[in-house]
Design a protein around this ligand. Structure first.
Ligand SMILES: Cc1ncc(COP(=O)(O)O)c(C=O)c1O
Length: 477
């Protein structure tokens, strides 16, 4: 056996190649501004450059890294570029990347407390840290009735919240018998599409997810919500859940959480607050008023992988009553039984999520928080908001463009006064130039440009250049 080739990478080879990979990543970040932000390849181009079949014999690692440079990089849209202003960001940082690397190195699968106690306990602890960091209610602490868990994405968090709401409203009968078509949920017409998907998966049905009208600022209208709930109750339906969004995807609108919470209280509905990107702003006390009323929420989520420098994926999800969530999602087959679980003294996070297995995501979040400290995180969030407000001022004070929505934080929705075709042309030319990347939405039926300032390394010069390039393209129309 000892004479046989093992095929494995030896520890020394791993060390050597690992150093090369870390060097490559560091160099990539130093030269990231030299690449077109939006990948310029055509559909199929990357696949056409790859061999048709897998190699029969293993290849040297150096060749792999060379191929990343040559074959893969052209097909990368550079989300970590400081000139990335599209969608909402998915930013990252050195400590986030290294925490993720360590998580891979440990290779832990933390489905149960006993399958790696540190994986569970660090997660509980860091999510407890975040409660006062974000000014969230104490009921979300694991030492109280609630607790936090890391989900992959805000979509999964919304699905878990909706399932728990459904079960609570049916006295835990729909898990057994399925839905009878009478359960209804509510969100605004500007709520993220993940809520629609959650309604499909939870068996509630898309037509039983009521999309409530928004006001002139694209925020949910509580009066319209109250009217719809009354109508549904009169029709013999069973309202169970409302999602309020703090920072909608389309325009960063802020649903009035306190007014919505009061309606939920009157009707005993589960209130989920989706603060996927904008929740990070709550690190700074001066922005917390945007989510006034969060103290009444049954659940809350935000994505450190969007705006809090934590490498994708990482969504933090809290519930006020962990028993409701666990009762909804817990199943204990014989092969997972163990003493720690039976003792009731531990958290088994498999009961707090859809899938069974789970990565050690808390490590990267812990690294990010410890590296930056609250002070460092606040510094960068304030800076991004300042830069976005500066951009909004340029739009306001110029003659060619107008703001299309309020700018509470770091997203500017604006449009050229020349109409849809002009805006689309500007966006396509900018994105085609590779100088920056921004995306669009439709507000009041009009094509609207969106520019979100949230990339880790975005500084004043990048935002200034973006505005200059936008004006140049407008000039050329
Ligand atoms: C408000 C809001 N909710 C949910 C999501 C879905 O995010 P995820 O990719 O984490 O599921 C997004 C994505 O941008 C979002 O903006």
């Amino acid at each position: 056996m000892s004479d046989e080739k093992s095929f494995h990478m030896t520890p020394d080879e791993f060390r050597r190649h690992g150093h090369a990979v870390v060097d490559w990543i560091a160099d990539y970040h130093s030269r990231i501004e030299s690449f077109p932000v939006l990948s310029q390849v055509k559909p199929g181009e990357i696949r056409a450059s790859l061999p048709a079949n897998a190699p029969a014999k293993g290849q040297p690692f150096d060749a792999l890294l060379r191929d990343v440079e040559k074959l893969i990089l052209p097909g990368i849209t550079h989300w970590q570029s400081p000139n990335f202003f599209a969608y909402f960001p998915s930013n990252g940082s050195g400590p986030g990347i290294l925490g993720d690397l360590l998580s891979s190195g440990l290779g832990v699968q933390g489905m149960l407390w006993s399958t790696s106690p540190a994986c569970t306990e660090l997660e509980t602890h860091v999510l407890d840290w975040l409660v006062p960091m974000l000014g969230l209610p104490e009921k979300f602490l694991s030492s109280n009735s609630g607790g936090g868990v890391i989900q992959d994405t805000a979509s999964s968090a919304a699905l878990c919240a909706l399932l728990a709401a459904r079960e609570r409203a049916t006295n835990y009968a729909s898990n057994q018998k399925g839905c009878d078509g009478r359960i209804v949920a509510y969100a605004s017409s500007h709520t993220h599409s993940s809520l629609e998907k959650a309604a499909m998966i939870a068996g509630i049905g898309v037509s039983n997810l009521r999309l409530i009208d928004v006001d002139e600022n694209f925020a949910m209208r509580p009066d319209a919500l109250a009217r719809q709930i009354d109508a549904d109750k009169r029709a013999g339906l069973v309202p169970c859940f409302v999602c309020a969004t703090v920072g909608t995807t389309s325009s960063n609108a802020m649903d009035p959480v306190a007014a919505i919470a009061e309606i939920c209280r009157q009707h005993n509905l589960w209130l989920h607050v989706d603060a996927a990107m904008s929740g990070t702003a709550a690190l700074c006390p001066e922005f917390r008023h945007l989510q006034d009323g969060v103290e009444f929420a049954d659940s809350y989520c935000f994505n450190p992988h969007k705006w809090m420098f934590t490498t994708f994926d990482c969504d933090c999800f809290w519930v006020a009553d962990r028993k409701a969530l666990i009762r909804t999602l817990s199943i204990l087959p014989e092969y997972l039984r163990n003493q720690a679980t039976e003792s009731g003294a531990v958290i088994d996070y498999r009961d707090w999520q859809i899938q069974l297995g789970r990565r050690f995501r808390a490590l990267k979040l812990w690294f990010v928080i410890r590296h930056y400290g609250v002070e460092g995180l606040q510094y960068h969030i304030r800076r991004h908001v300042e830069l976005a407000q500066q951009f909004a001022d340029w739009v306001r004070n110029g003659s060619r463009f107008e703001l299309a929505a309020p700018v509470p934080l770091n997203l500017i929705c604006f449009r050229h006064k020349g109409g849809d075709a002009a805006n689309q042309t500007i966006m396509e030319r900018l994105n085609g130039s590779g100088d920056l990347f921004l995306t669009h939405t439709k507000l009041n039926g009009k094509f609207t440009l969106r520019l979100c300032v949230g990339q880790t390394k975005t500084e004043a010069r990048h935002v200034e250049k973006a505005w200059k390039r936008i004006c140049e393209e407008a000039e050329k129309l």
